[in-house]
Ligand binder design. Structure first.
Ligand code: HEC
Length: 112
């Protein structure tokens, strides 16, 4: 029992340090990205469905940054607009929002 608890604590600590969701990422996500990525009416991959993200996470975080910055049309045929359609967002804001999405959706073994 003690060993199991230690293992769980170790996993939790590893997960916390793997991707630290910043307040900035959370804020940008809530303001911009959630319109599609936390909206059942959208065809975009939803943050509450990690299985929709597993193949994307496996491309690596740099690829996800690029998709978010430059736009991306992939398997769904739907468009991820460059910077979520907000050209005024800085690169670091977009990357922070991607980090936040990854932190919400990561599953063990698929984190880039
Ligand atoms: C207008 C709707 C919309 C908004 C707003 C939006 N997205 Fe997306 N996003 C999509 C769709 C649709 C896809 C899936 C595209 C596909 O695979 O065909 C997607 C895919 C992605 C992917 C996966 C790309 C890949 O390579 O698989 C990332 C990362 C992403 N979005 C990040 C963001 C971030 C960060 C924001 C906010 C700054 C954001 N999105 C805002 C619609 C949107």
């Amino acid at each position: 029992m003690r060993i199991a608890i230690a293992a769980i604590l170790a996993l939790a600590a590893a997960a916390a340090s793997a991707a630290e969701p910043s307040d900035e990422g959370r804020r940008i996500f809530a303001k911009v990205c959630s319109a599609c990525h936390a909206n059942d009416l959208s065809e975009a991959p939803q943050v509450k469905q990690p299985e929709m993200w597993a193949p994307r996470l496996s491309k690596g975080r740099e690829a996800l940054y690029r998709s978010a910055l430059e736009g991306f049309v992939g398997p769904t045929g739907e468009e991820m607009p460059p910077r979520g359609g907000r050209p005024e967002l800085t690169d670091s804001e977009v990357r922070a929002a991607v980090d936040y999405i990854v932190s919400l959706t990561q599953q063990k073994g698929t984190t880039p």
